[in-house]
Design a protein around this ligand. Sequence first.
Ligand code: ADP
Length: 219
Amino acid sequence: MNESTLGQGLFITFEGIDFCGKSTQARLFAQYLQDQGHTTLTLRDPGSSAISERIRAILLDLSHKEMSSYTELLLYEAARAQMVEQMIRPALSSGQLVVCDRFFDSTTAYQGYGRELDLAVIRQANELGSCGLTPHITFLIDLEPELALKRRRKSNRLKDRMEAEGLDFQNRVRNGFMTIAHENPQRIMVLRGDQSIQEIQQQIRLGFERVYNDQGRSL
Ligand code: ADP
């Protein structure tokens, strides 16, 4: 555990490239936790607070083609800082389980490995944007960008500014996520995204129960 000051709360994040299935899994997992009787807060990064949602709209707007990589980085961090201070810290302090769709690993993967900004700069920016908060457990859903593209074609979701990047970019992001997972084996659990929704969810629950029970808690 990284923060003994956070009451009994747990901060759980879901990561991966677009269309890997992380929102689906985060939603099912949050529902499962609620069904177990836990007070659970479900969030998305960037977003969730009113200010962060407005920053999200700026970030994902396809017409903002001129946005510099550093502006992008700082806006992600600004949105995150607001969400952490306003929503996550209070929830953790009161013992809630917080489930978040993306967090700072996405910044490392997209702005660091995808946009190829200096990883040392990204680390500092992440420290600031997360206000020093690290997830207790992170589920990374790994999927080939080609398969993600097939899922996108089947869906009617409009592309946003990050999703509009090509396959090379998505491959760098995917490999970036795997490097991050390799560097943080105690925090990040990698799941194969080409399995069924139910299989992935089952593995997430088992992985979570292991971490939870290791801390002497019971579900
Ligand atoms: P993300 O949040 O990673 O962008 P979503 O959870 O929104 O991804 O899922 C994107 C699309 O892929 C949705 O249409 C969803 O129903 C579908 N999907 C999610 N998980 C799977 C899976 N394991 N197998 C097949 N399709 C999936």
